[in-house]
Design a binder for this molecule. Structure first.
Ligand code: NAD
Length: 474
């Protein structure tokens, strides 16, 4: 049984839900399903723990954060297996990238919290300077894709800067964060500083964001939920990391081998369940046919299979409902006029133990025009849309013709064009001749319907610290 973590103790609820392995439909655990009551208890515990935790010297908090990073780093194989079973993200990715990144988040913000230096603005008559203070109790809400990394991306800065937290994981993937709670206690995080309430969005999530004693909300999830939270939470600090439909633009002068590798990676890794997926692949018309042919051939060879197998590249979708959504778009593509190059609705060939899993073939559509719903809606699965463009202006127009603005990718060997397109694209991030490479100092986040606020490095100050200006007459 997975229970809540409230004030350092495991707490049950009268109701439970099951978390299920999406590759096999095997029930992994019963999970306590919290609501208003559990949220109230968790927020009260966080509120009580706040003054003492915030009052600790930053170096002491940093030491605890580093210890927590060490505990995670020492358990990468176990946590990776847990995450893979709970989410269907393939073990190669969880073990090599996603879980080690979680340890790095704690190491990084342990360092950062000792450097919350402000600014000075002297005049002839006055000296202004800024101080940063923790904001208090923070609501941290995570989605089901890469849940351990995403939750630590929030918990690490939140706690390191002296705040206390109530973390709510997705009801579809609660296992690893529950484990994080136990590791935090082991590392010396005092009771009440990190609380975890499991449950559904409409119950636990909504109670949490509405709670009057919550000062800040760091939310990662869909645009629809983000909008709902903004409307229901009242006046709070918030950061919203929402959905995406990011353009991956390939000009005819690009290094096509590298561009192809990156394009494949950016739509098919993490099962395509990735907010920064390069899901609209814009290819210059002169190279479009050849690119599409090779891209589809590569996609058709991608190994779909048991996420616990090191050789698998694509595992199952998180839930039957999400699989149905992805399949709906695969069905929709041809009716909108797109050409199915590979993939489609036939189930991939799988061994008997995976027959009930939520698997789908990597799918590639060509001759996609940007108005189609498959090009406008976030599918959040391994479905690539190849869209032709004529020239630089056309590429920018298509790239920006979307409600989203999270990430973007530009491939060209023309330096001037690279800078022009990177500047013109409406997105929070642009990677030039590169796949998405994270540096924890980067501002991470999106514009338009992809969210508001940035996290990472000093950008996390915005969410987790309150700046105060002090003006002294001299
Ligand atoms: P979701 O919005 O359905 O759920 C996210 C979290 O919000 C879950 O914990 C859920 O229980 C909770 N929730 C739901 N309704 C709520 C409410 N009314 N009040 C408070 N909490 C509520 O998203 P999902 O399906 O879990 O995740 C996929 C989405 O997340 C995709 O759109 C993806 O692009 C996005 N995402 C964005 C980023 C980013 O950094 N921009 C990263 C990962 C995922």
């Amino acid at each position: 049984m997975i229970e809540h973590l409230i004030n350092g103790r495991n707490v049950a609820s009268s109701e439970v839900f099951e978390t299920v392995n999406p590759a096999t439909q095997e029930v992994l655990a019963d999970v306590a399903s919290g609501g208003e009551l559990e949220v109230a208890q968790a927020v009260a515990a966080a509120k009580e723990a706040f003054p003492k935790w915030a009052g600790l010297p930053a170096a002491q908090r940093a030491k605890i954060m580093r210890k927590l990073g060490d505990l995670i780093a020492a358990q990468v194989p176990q946590i990776s297996e847990m995450e893979t079973r709970d989410t269907g993200q393939v073990i190669g990715q969880t073990k090599k990238a996603l879980i080690p990144r979680a340890a790095d988040n704690f190491y990084y913000f342990a360092e950062m919290c000792t450097r919350t230096d402000g600014h000075t603005y002297p005049t002839e008559t006055h000296l202004n300077y800024t101080l940063f203070h923790p904001v208090g109790v923070c609501a941290l809400i995570s989605p089901w894709n890469v849940p351990f990394m995403t939750s630590t991306w929030k918990v690490a800065p939140c706690l390191a800067f002296g705040n206390t937290a109530v973390l709510k994981m997705s009801e579809l993937s609660p296992l690893t964060a529950a484990h994080l709670g136990q590791l935090a206690l082991e590392a010396g995080v005092p009771a009440g500083v990190l609380n975890i309430v499991h449950g559904y969005g409409r119950t636990a999530g909504e109670s949490l964001v509405k709670h009057a004693d919550v000062s800040a909300i760091s939310f990662t999830g869909s645009t629809a939920t983000g909008n709902r939270i903004i409307q229901s939470s009242g006046l709070k600090k918030f950061s919203m990391e929402l959905g995406g439909k990011s353009p991956f633009v390939v000009f005819e002068d690009a290094d096509l081998k590298r561009a192809m590798d990156a394009a494949i990676f950016m739509i098919f890794s993490n099962n395509g369940e990735r907010c920064t997926a390069g899901s609209r692949i814009l290819v210059q018309r002169s190279i479009y046919d050849q690119f599409a042919k090779e891209f589809a051939a590569r996609a058709s060879r991608i190994a779909v299979g048991d996420p616990m197998d090191e050789n698998s590249i694509i595992g199952p979708m998180i839930s039957p409902e999400h699989l149905a959504k992805v399949r709906h778009y695969i069905e929709l593509g041809p009716t909108e006029g797109a050409t199915l190059l590979t993939g489609g609705l036939d189930a991939p060939e799988l061994p008997a133990h995976l027959k009930r899993g939520n698997f789908v073939r990597p799918t590639v559509f060509a001759n996609v025009s940007n108005e189609m719903r498959i090009a406008q809606d976030e599918i959040f699965g391994p479905v690539a849309c190849l869209i032709p463009f004529d020239d630089e202006a056309d590429a920018i127009r298509i790239a920006n013709d979307t409600r989203y603005g999270l990430s973007s990718y530009v491939w060209t060997q023309n330096l001037g064009r690279a800078h022009r397109v990177a500047a013109a694209v409406q997105a929070g991030m642009c990677f030039v001749n590169s796949q998405n490479v994270r540096d924890l100092r980067q501002p991470f986040g999106g514009t338009k319907a992809s969210g508001t606020g940035r996290e990472g490095g000093t950008w996390s100050f915005e969410v987790f610290l309150e700046a105060k200006n002090i003006c002294v007459s001299t």
